[in-house]
Design a protein around this ligand. Structure first.
Ligand SMILES: Nc1ncnc2c1ncn2[C@@H]1O[C@H](COP(=O)(O)OP(=O)(O)OP(=O)(O)O)[C@@H](O)[C@H]1O
Ligand SMILES: [Mg+2]
Length: 390
C-alpha cells in the first residue's frame, strides 16, 4: 500500500486490507512515528522512503523482496498512481499498467480514449503554447474552459467568454506546462463512483456537487456541499449512470475505486468531465459510510483482495457534507446559529467537526475541507437539501 497513512482516510483503507486477510507492507514518506494508529496497527512492515524518488522506492522494494513476496500494489492517492503502475510493471504484478493509468491522469489522453468509444466529451484540445491556445479557442468557440491537463481542486482553471478575456487569463497560465482547452459545458455537476472487481461494478455512488466546483472556487462566501444520493435510479441521473459504466468499460478498468465527474445539461444530455482510478477525496468515503451505514473501506479492501464484497453496501440515506467556510480573516471568534439548527434537526446531523473558537481559519482557496465539516442525512432528498442549504 503506497502512502498507507496519508491523506488521513488512507489509514482506514490500509486497515481494511489487513482485515481482509492481506499482509500489508506500507511504503510512504511519513516518518513511522507520524503514521496514524489505524495504519500502524494494520501494517506487517513499513518502508519509509520518499515517494517522489522512484529509484529509491524501487530499490527499497528490491531489498524487501529478499525477505517477502509482493503480490499486489495498491494506491488510492492521485499523485502516486503512476508510481504504483511502474512498480507493477517492474515486478510483473497484476493491476493497472503505466499505459492504462495515463488516461486516468492526463485529461487530454483521457478524453481521446473516451471519444474513441463514442462517448460525449466537451470539444477539446491540448497545447503547450500560447499560439496553440488561441488556435484551439478559434476552433472550439466561446465560452470555453482553460485548465491544466493534470490539475486538481480546480486550480488554474478559468472560464473564458471572449477573446478579450482569454488575453487577460493567459498570463496567469504561464507556469502551467500543458493546458486543456475545452468547450464550456453549462449544467449541473455529478459524480459516478464505483468499487469494481474483475471489471464488474460491485458498488455505485453518485454525488451531486452544489454549486458547481468552479463556482465554489470563485466565491468565498459559499460553503460547498456534496450530496451522496440515495436513489440513483431516477431518470434525471440515468444518462450519467449509463455513461459511467461505458467509461469504465472503455478504459478497461478492472479492480478498485473509480471516481468520475460528469455534467448534466438542462436538456438532459450527459457530458463526460473527468475520471480518476481512485476514491474521491475530501472525506467522501466517510460520506458513503454515512449514506449506507456500511464500511466502504472494508468493502474496497475485500474487492481488491478477494474480488468480491461479502457485505454489499446499500444506499439508505441521502448524505450531505457541508464544507463550512467561516467569514472574515484571522481566528475563529464564535459560531452562530448552530444550536438552533441542531435542536431542529437532531439525529439527522451525524457529524459536527468545526474548527474550535480561537483556531486560525484555513486557507479556503487551498483546501476544500475549509473551516470544518457538517454531515447530515435523510432518506428523502428534499429535507436533505433544506438542511444543507440552511
Ligand atoms: N468543459 C467544462 N465545462 C464547464 N465547466 C468545466 C469544464 N471543465 C472544468 N470545468 C469546471 O472546473 C471544475 C474543475 O475542473 P476539473 O474537474 O476538470 O479539474 P480538477 O481541478 O481536476 O478537479 P478535481 O478537484 O475534481 O480534481 C469542474 O468541476 C467544473 O466546475
Ligand atoms: Mg474535477
Amino acid at each position: 500500500m503506497l502512502s498507507p497513512g496519508y491523506p488521513a482516510e488512507m489509514a482506514y483503507f490500509t486497515r481494511g486490507l489487513a482485515a481482509a486477510g492481506a499482509r500489508v507492507i506500507g511504503v510512504g514518506d511519513q516518518p513511522p512515528s507520524a503514521l496514524p494508529a489505524a495504519a500502524r496497527e494494520a501494517l506487517a512492515h513499513y518502508e519509509h522512503v520518499s515517494l517522489s524518488d522512484e529509484g529509491a522506492v524501487l530499490a527499497a522494494l528490491h531489498g524487501l523482496r529478499q525477505h517477502a513476496q509482493i503480490d499486489q500494489v495498491e494506491c488510492l492517492w492521485e499523485p502516486y498512481m503512476i508510481l504504483a503502475a511502474r512498480i507493477r510493471e517492474v515486478f510483473g504484478l497484476p493491476g493497472l499498467t503505466v499505459a492504462q493509468t495515463v488516461p486516468f491522469r492526463d485529461k487530454e489522453r483521457m478524453k481521446q480514449a473516451i471519444d474513441a468509444a463514442g462517448i460525449r466529451t466537451p470539444r477539446h484540445a491540448s497545447t503547450t503554447t500560447v499560439a496553440g491556445v488561441w488556435e484551439a479557442a478559434e476552433r472550439i468557440g466561446y465560452p470555453l474552459i482553460v485548465k491544466p491537463i493534470a490539475g486538481a481542486g480546480s486550480a488554474d482553471t478559468y472560464r473564458v467568454d471572449s477573446a478579450t478575456e482569454l488575453a487577460e487569463v493567459l498570463p496567469f497560465l504561464r507556469h502551467v506546462p500543458e493546458v486543456s482547452v475545452e468547450e464550456f459545458v453549462d449544467g449541473e455537476e455529478f459524480t459516478y463512483d464505483t468499487v469494481c472487481a474483475g471489471g464488474e461494478v460491485l458498488f455505485e455512488n453518485m454525488l451531486w456537487y452544489r454549486p458547481r466546483p468552479l463556482q465554489m472556487k470563485m466565491h468565498e462566501w459559499i460553503s460547498p456541499v456534496s450530496i451522496a444520493l440515495r436513489d440513483i435510479s431516477v431518470p434525471h441521473l440515468a444518462a450519467g449512470r449509463t455513461m459511467g459504466r461505458e467509461v469504465i468499460a472503455a478504459l478497461g478498468f478492472q479492480t478498485g475505486f473509480t471516481h468520475m465527474e460528469w455534467y448534466r445539461k438542462a436538456d438532459g444530455e450527459a457530458v463526460f468531465g473527468e475520471i480518476g482510478a481512485r476514491v474521491a477525496g475530501a472525506r467522501i468515503a466517510d460520506l458513503i459510510n454515512y449514506a449506507t451505514d456500511g464500511d466502504v473501506y472494508a468493502g474496497w479492501a475485500e474487492a481488491v483482495v478477494h474480488g468480491r464484497m461479502s457485505r454489499p453496501l446499500e444506499r439508505r440515506y441521502n448524505a450531505g457534507i457541508v464544507f463550512k467556510r467561516a467569514q472574515g480573516a484571522g481566528r475563529i471568534t464564535h459560531v452562530e446559529g448552530l444550536q438552533k439548527l441542531l435542536g431542529e434537526y437532531g439525529d439527522h446531523v451525524v457529524v459536527v467537526d468545526l474548527l474550535p473558537v480561537g483556531a486560525p481559519r484555513r486557507d479556503w482557496r487551498a483546501t476544500l475541507i475549509s473551516d470544518g465539516t457538517i454531515v447530515v442525512r435523510h432518506p428523502e432528498l428534499q429535507p436533505l437539501i433544506e438542511m444543507t442549504d440552511r
